[in-house]
Design a protein around this ligand. Structure first.
Ligand SMILES: Cc1ncc(COP(=O)(O)O)c(C=O)c1O
Length: 440
């Protein structure tokens, strides 16, 4: 939360709110790491009876000290004065738990500002509603998470929003061609997803930013990117030219498969516009979920690191197994013939391969189902990024509604199983995969 400034309060009549003393962000010139800041950043226990952890503020509204303060808050909330509310107003707009969460979310990617939402999809929908109007074009990488594609094509399409796409692995020339064509109309937003769900294909964010800067003059459309699969630990797109980063916090950030939430990070100017839409339509996360996310962020680095280490060991085992056709794991890109361009994007953008990958079992749906049904530790469920290992069948589950030809083009075959590795013991997981493959 922004610090409370007494001078400002005296002048404006805005009352103190549950706000922290400035958090220690460096010691002896040493900038503290996000994993350290997750324990206290944005929260002062002395403002909450000394409670070490922030209480959950279950209230729908906040009391103003006087009418002038209420007026000033609403000037901020409604956008009459830029910069948003200066205090706590009403729980559709803000709340202490959500504000602490937003401060901490921003820390990982050194974002100027951040917002928390009730789901990944409500974050994406709010971003789109804030940025586009009828007649505008969204240029996006493909594939996108199925619901995001539905939102752009079928829902925004009904309101006259147009779209053009380029494949996730597109070269600078291919991106130039699509952006050049789109630039004949009004491009409101460039929207990326990297790695793409479910193919794991990486987008060259640096090339997209260079292409955007070359093609558009002063009115450059912002570049937003869904960073759910690798962020914030292994991929930080704001450092590669993106303006806005989007998350399903349901996945690695929440990390325990026990909540649904979303996040948007970026420059203050962009976030102010999105916040204003969130204030209007009420897509903010609730205080309880925000509190659970604060707990999750304390172990984010531990969980993601362990899951990533487990995935290295499990994928090494699976790659050599006689019943496995191929393992689609980012860590293998450098040694995979024909994947040189993806390997180059990986080397320039990513610091780790994550723990979500595809496993192509030799055979078809029968063999893939036999493998899934035989798993004993890994759970048969969609989603990813939790402490537990999950396995699912995209062609028959998350992507069942995708037309057959598009499934083939994207490589979503009947023998493809998607696996998200958790934080269990790696050798136990290998034993589980070994016995399940034996059952095929
Ligand atoms: C890449 C990606 N983006 C967005 C979403 C949507 O997030 P949520 O389910 O939290 O609304 C998902 C969900 O699986 C996803 O995988």
């Amino acid at each position: 939360m922004p610090e409370f400034d007494e001078t400002e309060a005296d002048l404006t009549g805005v009352a103190p709110r549950i706000a922290p003393k400035p958090t220690v962000e460096q010691i002896g010139g040493r900038k503290l790491k996000p994993s350290t800041l997750m324990m206290g950043h944005g929260y002062d226990p002395m403002l909450s009876e000394g409670s070490l952890k922030p209480p959950i503020f279950l209230t729908s509204t906040f009391v103003f000290p006087n009418a002038a303060a209420g007026k000033r808050h609403f000037e901020g909330v409604t956008g009459k004065r830029p910069g948003g509310a200066e205090g706590l107003v009403y729980s559709r707009f803000n709340g202490p738990n959500q504000e602490i969460l937003e401060d901490r979310l921003g820390v990982w990617e050194e974002a100027e500002d951040a917002l928390a939402f009730s789901s990944g999809m409500s974050a994406i929908a709010t971003l789109f509603l804030a940025m586009v109007k009828p007649g505008d074009t969204i240029v996006h990488s493909g594939p996108l998470y199925a619901a995001t594609e539905t939102l752009i094509g079928r829902i925004l399409g009904k309101f006259g929003v147009k779209w053009l796409d380029f494949p996730a692995g597109a070269t600078r020339e291919e991106i130039d061609a699509v952006l050049g064509e789109a630039a004949r109309g009004h491009v409101a937003l460039i929207y990326l997803e990297s790695p793409a769900n479910p193919t794991n294909a990486l987008v060259d964010v640096e090339a997209v930013a260079a292409s955007r800067d070359a093609i558009f003059g002063d009115e450059k459309p912002p570049i937003a990117i869904d960073n759910t699969f690798l962020g914030p630990l292994w991929h930080q797109p704001l450092k590669h030219g993106a303006d806005i980063v989007v998350y399903s916090l349901t996945k690695y950030a929440g990390g325990h498969s026990d909540l649904v939430a979303g996040g948007v990070l970026g420059s203050k100017a962009h976030i102010d516009v999105i916040r204003s839409m969130r204030n209007t339509i009420g897509t903010i996360t609730d205080p309880n979920t925000a509190w659970m996310l604060l707990r999750s962020l304390e172990t984010l680095e531990l969980r993601m690191s362990r899951a990533g280490e487990n995935a290295v060991k499990v994928c090494a085992f699976l790659r050599d197994h006689p019943k496995v056709e191929r393992v689609g794991y980012l860590g293998f890109l450098a040694d995979t013939p024909g994947m040189e361009r993806q390997a180059d994007i990986y080397r320039r953008h990513c610091t780790g391969a994550g723990s979500t990958f595809s496993l192509l079992v030799k055979g078809g749906e029968t063999e893939a189902f036999a493998f899934l049904d035989a798993l004993k530790i890994a759970k048969l469920a969609v989603s990813l990024g939790g402490t537990e290992t999950l396995a699912s069948h995209p062609a028959a589950m998350t992507h069942l509604s995708v037309p057959e030809a598009r499934k083939q083009a994207l490589g979503i075959t009947d023998n493809l199983v998607r696996i998200s590795i958790g934080v269990e013991d790696a050798d136990d997981l290998i034993a589980d995969f070994d016995q399940a493959l034996a059952a095929v």
